[in-house]
Ligand binder design. Structure first.
Ligand code: NAP
Length: 485
């Protein structure tokens, strides 16, 4: 222990991944770290998204830290506010919160004199290791629609919900039918004066009822924690062998999932015209699969209108579609998604040669095994480029990536190395392997989605999630350029 050197770590972001990294540091005996958080609360995506019907679509037992099961989840898939409370509670009980600097936005970080210099409006501080935990879908994407800003009523992005507005008496326009739009529809359909859904592309919906856990089940899970662990393993195995596999390998799994979606639509929507409008012309899972229980039921409620005509423009009274029809509205909700290529942007990350991450990523974000970038020593990313976010629970991905970062952090702390970054050759080789595996994935089968990068290829991990875990479990030092003095 005496040979260990003092080490300072900076984490950017106090969402699910940043909290996870902090716990790993504390468990490893490192308490000299700062978490920079631009907002005034933890929780990242679960803090920002508060729209009606917000819920996770990964089973609760599996969408938890593996080291902190929660017997109290109220449903099979947890409602958003519960998940937010969980992360806040874990941060408090594990001693993470005192390390967080709320309201402190990192504007830049540069590597100089073997250290990372992190800048905020309050000044600059030096660290040995920099961890980015800024999430994936953080920056809202606003649609380019003529006249949008002339709309007379309130309008907001789904991740910036205006809770001052009462909903039941309103005619609400909803642009977007991704996971968010579907959850909002499932919640509001039939409960508001009017809900007009502007659908540009229909979605495949995998039937996933969200049942409540009974009090007796929750009590049993609290009494016997092993049951919780069993539940975690069960859902991990299930997801990794259904969606985890079907998205990246053709075969029976893929066909069964597609069939379930088709049957769901067929059995839930009797009106052939509505069914036609809701039938996608691409393969299930090509876009992010929607997992929902009662979307189709809600869309058939009185007062819900599905509009498939393209939007022409917006005027003060509502949305005008290409057929010249004015859809009069009181409120306009933009469930139009996020800029998935933002990563750490707009902050600038600069290495000791003066090269920015933006320059390195000009052709598209890429990394070594999703966690590190050549020539950017001691920088580790959680949920970095090509993480398996299309077919795995993000919580487990964060844990695996944080463990990987810890492996290198321990080497630095033990004085074995001063800095490490992956070699160009290893990173290039890894990215080429990924590129040649992409054609087997469902994501390239002819749909448009936020998964696709500038080159038309998915910015996702093209193999089964277990492979990502294996790649991170055994760091390969020969793939790294290591500085020892
Ligand atoms: P999204 O999947 O990107 O969907 C955006 C929607 O807006 C699409 O239907 C898109 O149509 C439509 N759209 C965008 N611009 C438009 C325009 N100018 N005119 C008309 N329509 C327009 O965004 P999201 O629904 O917010 O979901 C993003 C991701 O967040 C999901 O894929 C998922 O990974 C995650 N998410 C997860 C959960 C969960 O339960 N775990 C819940 C919500 C979100 P096109 O399809 O034609 O592009």
């Amino acid at each position: 222990m005496s040979r260990q050197r003092a080490l300072r770590v900076a984490i950017i972001g106090a969402g699910m991944s940043g909290i996870c990294m902090a716990i790993k540091l504390l468990d490893g005996g490192i308490d000299d770290f700062v978490i920079y958080e631009s907002a005034d609360d933890v929780g990242g995506t679960w803090r920002d998204n508060t729209y009606p019907g917000l819920s996770c679509d990964v089973p609760s037992r599996f969408y938890s830290y593996s080291f902190r099961p929660n017997p109290d989840w109220s449903r099979f898939m947890s409602p958003g506010p519960e998940i937010h409370r969980y992360f806040r509670q874990v941060a408090d009980e594990r001693g993470v919160t005192p390390h967080i600097r709320f309201g402190s936005e990192v504007t830049a970080a540069r590597f100089e004199d073997k250290r990372w210099w992190v800048s905020t409006p309050d000044g600059e501080e030096a660290f040995d290791v920099l961890i980015t935990a800024t999430g994936v879908l953080r920056v809202p994407r606003y649609p380019q629609i003529e006249g949008l800003d002339t709309f007379a009523g309130p309008q907001f992005h789904s991740s910036r919900w205006d809770h001052s507005i009462t909903l039941p008496d309103k005619r609400i326009g909803l642009i977007g039918t991704g996971s968010t739009g579907v959850q909002i529809t499932a919640e509001l359909g039939g409960k508001v004066r009017g809900l007009t859904i502007f659908q540009r592309s229909p979605q495949w919906v995998y039937p996933t009822p969200n049942l409540r856990y009974r009090a007796i089940t929750r009590a049993a899970l609290a009494r016997w924690p092993a049951l919780n662990k069993l539940g975690y393993r069960f859902w991990q195995t299930y997801i990794e062998n259904t969606l985890g596999r079907a998205a990246v390998e053709a075969g029976l799994n893929r066909r069964l999932m597609a069939l379930s979606c088709r049957l769901n639509l067929r059995m839930s929507v009797r009106d052939p015209e509505l069914r036609r409008k809701l039938t996608p012309d691409y393969h299930a899972m090509c876009k992010r699969l929607i997992l929902a229980g009662h979307y189709y039921r809600s869309i058939q409620q009185p007062g819900v209108h599905l509009v498939t005509e393209a939007i022409d423009h917006v005027e003060p009274r509502g949305v005008v579609t290409a057929d010249g029809v004015l859809h009069e509205l009181d409120v306009l909700v933009l469930a139009t998604g996020f800029d998935a290529r933002a990563y750490v942007r707009p902050m600038s990350i600069v290495n000791d040669s003066g090269v920015t991450l933006d320059e390195v990523w000009e052709a598209g974000p890429h990394a070594y095994r999703s966690v590190a970038v050549p020539s950017f020593p001691n920088l580790f990313m959680l949920m970095g480029p090509h993480s398996p976010i299309g077919n795995q629970s993000l919580v487990l991905i964060a844990e695996n990536q944080a463990d990987y970062a810890m492996w290198w952090i321990n080497k630095i702390r033990n004085g074995e190395i001063i800095a490490a970054s992956p070699t160009d050759a290893a990173t290039k080789d890894y990215n080429e392997q990924m590129k040649s595996a992409m054609p087997q994935t469902i994501w390239v089968t002819g749909c448009k989605s936020w998964y696709l990068g500038k080159d038309g290829l998915p910015e996702l991990f093209p193999w089964r999630p277990v492979r990502h875990r294996e790649l991170l479990a055994t760091p390969d030092v020969s793939h790294f350029e290591v500085r020892t003095a």
